[in-house]
Design a protein around this ligand. Sequence first.
Ligand SMILES: [Zn+2]
Length: 380
Amino acid sequence: MTSGSDDHAPFARRRGARRKAVPGDARRHNRALVLRTMFRHGPLSRADLARETNLTRVTTSDLAAELLAEGLIEELGTRVDQGRVGKPATLLGVVPDARLTITLDLSDDERFRAALVDLAGKVLDRRAAERDGRTGDAALALAHELCAELAEAADRPLLGVGVGSPGVVDPRGTVLEAPNRGWHGVDLAAGLSQGLGVPVHVANDANAAVLGELGLGGPAERSLFVVKVGQGVGAGLVLDGHLVVGDRFAAGEIGHVVVDPNGEVCACGRTGCLETVIAAPRLRRRSRQGDPVAERTAAGHRLGEALAPVISTLNLREVVLSGPPDVLDETFRAAALDAIRARTMPAVGDNVDLRFSSLGEDDVLLGAAMLVLDRELGVA
Ligand SMILES: [Zn+2]
């Protein structure tokens, strides 16, 4: 037997610098590992689980019993192993609708969107509410209403609420700064949690989008960069499987990098920020007033110029465009890719795959669900 101390070794290493691991931590870690293994591999026997997780048979059987009792997994019948004698193995699998997550996408300029999502990332119900220019407390009230509506519609226990919000969001779920919503230091997580009595997790909308792509979009690489275009412009970055939030939680805030000093005045007070060139409302307006193809080409080009140094610095290969398809079209994408390739060395630029989000406009909703799965069950 390799004993329990091996079981929690990775956890101890990760946290060892701050405090010693205690038995409760090890159990939580092992439980998440067992559940995560079942999410990734599909149905497994108890022996498969022990092998895949490197935990002892006793530990995996004990944790499986706990997860069965909670209804998170179920027995799915038996499998006869070829060439093996003895009892056929009972297979265990995750129950996709054992818990539901309410997710909110607050990134769009016109409407807030919400969904009820199961553990497998399937959308079971969805709602939307027109924002009608609401900001501040009125916008918060709208988010509360959407959550309450879906909580009422949920016919299974709720795992929690996941929110993708514009602006700078700290790990506790406080929106430090979201100028387009008039939110400054708004404790969104605590406010929503109070009304619903379930845990609430909030991420910046672009960070939610990149988590959605990573968890459900089938990325080819372990590093991924998502550019989110909505009322504003932001980006989410996963490097080697880890979300990068930055020293002050504002990583990816590329929207206010000045790309055209002679351009339009931005909400932030500067002139010619990337946001003034490619944010959805502004690009729509210019496309209506001028030549739509020329406007999209120019906007895509500006984005490519802004992305080239980032892509070169990090040697990113997979870059995803997320936003409304009427704005982010093929003309826009092709112009951005041309600009990236013209401004990077071939070893970097020739390998860049600039593509649209594989989750479409649900990427923030589904990414917010992944956030809850990760924080509550440790499985995303
Ligand atoms: Zn700006």
